[in-house]
Design a protein around this ligand. Structure first.
Ligand SMILES: Nc1nc2c(c(=O)[nH]1)N[C@H]1C(S)=C(S)[C@@H](COP(=O)(O)O)O[C@H]1N2
Ligand SMILES: [Mo]
Length: 492
């Protein structure tokens, strides 16, 4: 290799550069992936104060790259001293594992992620060294030690693979635990089955359009693995500014009158035409009875969860809230908050706290998990009409989607096929019972034969047209009209 002809010093420097680059890329990527958003964002926020989401992430990246570079430099020095590539690889890998562990914690997922990061770092080092033909012989001779390089490579690969296996969620992750059966009475079953078949009947039959009860419900978590909650030892407490604090077991909640409600959720962080908006039939009980028993004396409430997530909002919104332990006729799945989650009608998803275990009433407001990171997601949802399906319907083009405006409801959806000059009214699905449920819409028009822009907008139940002004999701939810380019020659 031409590198052999370069002076040793230059070769060493080239090698160092290759290591550093490789490790920074592979390692930093893994590390940042493993640590974002929870551990690193939290650590940076503690270090930097609440400077906001973007600064925290940038700091996290700098911190990660800095820590990794330090680990690699120390590894290289050790390798050089021992005149062995394997020592450099081993030292750097171990240091990277330790650095990552310090951030991610010694959970199964944390250990897995750390081993992956260490493996990546070792791999990058071994590859970098082999490419540069480095062997750290003190006499400066070319000492491409293939055996050592291959050995180091294999070891690093092994560490990384072991980590990847550990990191993989267990097969039942996100599923409902076997012991979770709700033991619904036959009347409860009938009510649920009837509601679900109503939803199926009222769903518009358009190719590629998700039905009124979502086939797959989106998931947003602050942690990589779902908390495992033992339903039998779990309790929900009502604390803080109340006349009498309460502690309720799952059986206590289950004894109370059961209700079934369709409720739609939407994440404040999703893009305008994104897919983090879904609907389900939930089974549970209304919160108001519990609140009346506790006798609240404050205007704010904090919902807290077993994953240390918490969100604060006005008590008045919780009064209309719902505690769900069932979803579409089954026990609430782990990924959606088993055993109990909150549903707050008309509000962004983030205050619909999963794995709920405490309702704290307060006199004073407090910033919740996402508000500390700069988001404003505790209020009512923005109105939106999404366009998710387009098909050929004879010689017409058919477009369809969902519209949602929280408790304001959807009055109509309007479609423009000429970029916003003229508007036509779409057909809506028949409404489902409930005060916080989305609708489907569909519209068919003669194909113009060429590519064209289709724009949709919803009008909510108060007669307000979805605002045209575009905004990103951060910090208060995406807004604007969804506009999609449709190519008739490309439709199924
Ligand atoms: N305990 C807990 N509750 C949580 C979250 C979380 O990370 N932890 N994520 C919130 C966010 S941002 C949203 S949008 C909804 C999503 O609910 P889903 O995952 O059931 O769709 O849950 C909210 N409740
Ligand atoms: Mo969210």
């Amino acid at each position: 290799m031409a590198l052999d002809r370069l002076p040793t010093g230059v070769r060493e420097r080239l090698g160092l550069l290759a290591f550093a680059l490789g490790v920074a890329l592979a390692g930093a990527f893994r590390l940042v992936l493993a640590l974002t958003p929870d551990a690193v964002v939290a650590a940076s926020i503690v270090l930097l104060g609440e400077l906001g989401d973007k600064i925290a992430l940038a700091a996290a990246l700098a911190l990660a790259v800095g820590a990794l570079t330090a680990a690699v430099v120390v590894g290289l020095l050790a390798g050089r001293r021992a005149e062995r590539l394997s020592v450099a690889v081993a030292t750097a890998s171990v240091l990277v594992v330790l650095v990552t562990l310090a951030f991610s914690g010694a959970s199964r997922a944390g250990i897995g992620a750390s081993l992956v990061a260490g493996g990546c770092a070792g791999l990058a080092l071994a590859v970098g060294a082999s490419v540069a033909g480095l062997g750290w012989r003190s006499d400066g001779a070319v000492a491409t030690d293939r055996r050592a390089a291959l050995g180091s490579l294999a070891t690093a690969l092994g560490i990384g693979l072991l980590g990847a296996v550990l990191r993989r969620p267990t097969p039942d992750d996100g599923q409902t635990p076997a012991e979770a059966d709700l033991e619904l009475s036959s009347t409860e079953r009938e009510v649920i089955d009837a509601a679900l078949s109503t939803a199926a009947d009222r769903s518009l039959d358009v190719d590629g359009l998700e039905p009124l009860v979502s086939d797959s419900f989106y998931e947003v978590d602050i942690n990589q693995l779902n908390p495992t909650v033992d339903r039998e030892s779990w309790a929900l407490t009502v604390t803080g500014a109340v006349d009498s604090e309460l502690s309720l077991s799952f059986a206590d909640l289950r004894e109370r009158p059961t209700e079934h409600q369709f409720v739609t959720l939407r994440c404040v962080g999703e893009s305008l035409n994104g897919y983090k908006m879904d609907n389900a039939l939930w089974t549970g009980l209304s919160v108001s009875g519990l609140l009346d028993e506790a006798g609240p004396n404050g205007r704010y409430v904090v919902l807290r969860a077993t994953d240390d997530y918490f969100e604060e909002f006005p008590l008045s919104a919780l009064r209309r809230g719902f505690l769900a332990y069932g979803m579409n006729g089954e026990a609430l799945p782990r990924r959606h908050g088993y055993p109990v989650r909150a549903l707050i009608p008309g509000h962004w998803g983030e205050i619909n706290v999963k794995w709920l275990d405490e309702i704290e009433v307060r006199d004073e407001p407090l910033k919740g998990y996402w508000e500390r990171r700069g988001w404003h997601g505790t209020g009512p949802v923005n109105t939106v009409a999404k366009l998710h399906a387009r098909t050929r319907d004879g010689d017409r083009v058919r477009v369809a989607g969902h519209a949602y405006a929280g408790t304001r409801g959807i009055d109509r959806v309007e479609v423009s096929t000429d970029g916003g000059d003229s508007w036509a009214e779409a057909t809506l699905s028949e409404p489902l019972p409930g005060e916080d449920v989305w609708r489907q819409w569909t519209y068919a028009y003669p194909s113009p034969g060429r590519k064209h822009e289709v724009v949709v907008r919803a009008v909510d139940g108060t007669g307000t047209v979805q605002p045209r002004t575009r905004a990103d999701a951060f910090p208060s939810g995406a807004s604007g009209w969804v506009s999609v380019r449709v190519d008739p020659s490309n439709l199924g």
